[in-house]
Design a protein around this ligand. Structure first.
Ligand code: SF4
Ligand code: SF4
Length: 145
């Protein structure tokens, strides 16, 4: 993304309200890169193999987090809080700065329908440079999957 060309050069308004909405419900999977698996395994003081067995499933050949049994909530969501917050996957860390949300203003508005922190009136404007850094981190992580 060239900083001079992006449509969000003046930044975008976002602040997570902690509603937990993006950690619940379907559709959607939290896919894990090799690095995510390492980080989460360390966090839970488990081997990678034990972590994968306990917390993940394969979706289209890729490791993804399980849902909490009997729900559509992420396995790590408890009382609307992420119990693995410091070690959460890059897919979660970089939300909502995913390329699919940033291609054009319409994408951003659609993402706002699913996340109350996007365009929230009390949210600060996140600068374009930071948005692009996050977006590249998301893409890098995909290539590491
Ligand atoms: S849906 Fe948006 S506001 Fe709610 S927890 Fe997720 S990122 Fe935060
Ligand atoms: S790992 Fe944490 S932040 Fe990511 S979906 Fe699960 S509960 Fe939400």
């Amino acid at each position: 993304m060239d900083d001079l060309e992006v449509w969000f050069k003046d930044g975008l308004r976002f602040k997570c309200t902690g509603c937990g909405g993006c950690c619940t419900g379907s559709p959607g999977y939290v896919f894990l890169s090799e690095k995510d698996i390492e980080t989460l395994s360390d966090h839970f003081k488990m081997t990678n193999v034990d972590f994968l067995k306990k917390y993940t499933r394969l979706v289209d050949g890729q490791s993804a987090l399980l849902d909490r049994p009997g729900s559509e909530d992420c396995i790590f969501l408890k009382n609307k809080q992420c119990t693995a917050y410091e070690a959460r996957p890059v897919q979660c860390k970089t939300f909502p700065w995913w390329v699919y949300h940033l291609r054009e203003p319409k994408d951003w508005e659609e993402a706002a329908e699913r996340c109350e922190g996007i365009n929230h009136p009390d949210a600060p404007i996140v600068p374009s440079e930071e948005i692009q850094q996050q977006c590249f981190a998301y893409l890098d992580n995909l290539s590491d999957s």
